[in-house]
Write a new protein. Sequence first.
Length: 67
Amino acid sequence: MPEVFIQMFEGRSIEQKRELVREVTDAVTRSLGVHPDVVTVQLIEGSKQNRARGGRLFSDLHAAEPK
């Protein structure tokens, strides 16, 4: 049973999530030749305050970008 985990920042609409899950499931079924009912997709959402790159929180990185 294929299982796909997608980590992303929170803030997407339910419509965007439905489309993402549908398209990922379609790709897995085509690539692996399995039935969609055996594909599990888990969306893992987090805030920009809980993830960092290069020693800086994403919330700080984006706040420092010029407008």
